[in-house]
Design a protein around this ligand. Sequence first.
Ligand SMILES: NC(=O)c1ccc[n+]([C@@H]2O[C@H](COP(=O)([O-])OP(=O)(O)OC[C@H]3O[C@@H](n4cnc5c(N)ncnc54)[C@H](OP(=O)(O)O)[C@@H]3O)[C@@H](O)[C@H]2O)c1
Length: 466
Amino acid sequence: HHTLRHNATADVRDDGLEPPVIAALTGKRPDTAALTHALARLHTAGVDVDWAALLGSGGRAPRTVALPTYAFQHQRFWPAPASAPPASGGEGHDPAEARLWQAVEALDVEALTHTLQLDDGEAVDTLRPALPILASWRRRHREQAALDSWRYRIDWRALPEAGAAAPTGTWLLLVPAGHDGAPAVRTAVRALREHGAEARIRTVEAAGADRGLLARLCAPEAGEAAPDGVISLLALDESPLPGLPAVAAGLAATAAAVQALADAGGDGPLWCLTQHAVAVSPGDPAPSPVQAQTWGLGRVAALEHPRLWGGLVDLPASPDHRTPARLAALLATGRTQEREDQVAIRASGTLARRLRAAPPPRTDREPWRPEGTTLITGGTGELGSRVARYLAGHGAPHLLLTSRSGPEAPGAAALARELTELGTTVTITACDVSDRTALQHLLETIPAQHPLTTVIHAAGTADTTP
Ligand SMILES: NC(=O)c1ccc[n+]([C@@H]2O[C@H](COP(=O)([O-])OP(=O)(O)OC[C@H]3O[C@@H](n4cnc5c(N)ncnc54)[C@H](OP(=O)(O)O)[C@@H]3O)[C@@H](O)[C@H]2O)c1
């Protein structure tokens, strides 16, 4: 009983032992609930409770049901009322206001009269014609508020300055040939060797590095133990890949390294280092487009090979004497769930990438109006044609739509008619966007009275097979 509980606790504590002491009857809740609660508390304290005696057995026996695996995977299993007002915009918090707008949106004069407590028929009549206008404003506002709530931006959060944590064991460093003396490579070597770990350097001819070659380079040699981690500096090689000059050799070699390590069992952790792939503050220069590609690749590798993946670390253009310790602290976080896996090291410290809700754009600006020629690659496709319709509806003087099939694309003629009716001049041309000469020729044919001002690149084919 609860009145005895304190004494019991005191007696037991004199013995130096602290078994659970739980009141079965509290006087504060009905006996059945109190007793069940007490049994549940005993159960959570590790006491073996005979649940069958309490809950029954046979047909009445309780079943074990699956619970969601992750606490953060919130999923509702009950229906939401269809007309629930959105929480955004403030009005959702005030039930009276919500009722008012519901009545307006439903053009429900009776409900509105009641909400506004109008008993004067004349006043009601003056409201009536305003209702459709208010309802339409309300719908537009709701849609805009929903769209605004989907806006996000990338933000960089400063991490606390590194403590004494340091990587241990032997790390494999994949270094592109000719870059051994590069500041980023020296920084990575110092991050290991000056903090108690060993660096096993493998030089990689990035231009010829395929999955097989990297598998051989990453495999421990006779007498060597498997490494405790891998650091790829391959992204530093920005030379064009022979035969595919649009791709940097270092990027291709990084992809091959991910494949090779995954083939070998994918124990990692693999950390990919870049230099200046991201801009973390307004003062940071624009990021290098070639380095940024390794971040794109890395984020996908992280999803496809979570066991292998360590993270992406962007080093400053000029690493300083604090950079190795900051890198060492990141490598020391190993494969823990809590580790930051998209990080930039700068002179000011270490920053981690975050996705944050972005404020809606200012609405007092003049809306953008397309001028001159707008080139839409893939203009006859699904996305391209939608953008074309939108721009034609917003007064674009000339739309140049391209795809490989051009005017032969299904629906091209109807699309051209529709856009012309919206008041725009339309040209649909066949042009393969991956053919540089053809694209250059296309740009040269743009009429002088409608110079090119905007390019919407919507050409592409989706290939979702790995
Ligand atoms: N629809 C979506 O919801 C969505 C979402 C995210 C991303 N995307 C991506 O956005 C792109 C467009 O999607 P979509 O749904 O509009 O696809 P779509 O309907 O197949 O349209 C693609 C257009 O691109 C053209 N095209 C393809 N390769 C081209 C090339 N080398 N040169 C010039 N034109 C080329 C195609 O025409 P031809 O074949 O005649 O050249 C077609 O007009 C795709 O890359 C897709 O993966 C789409």
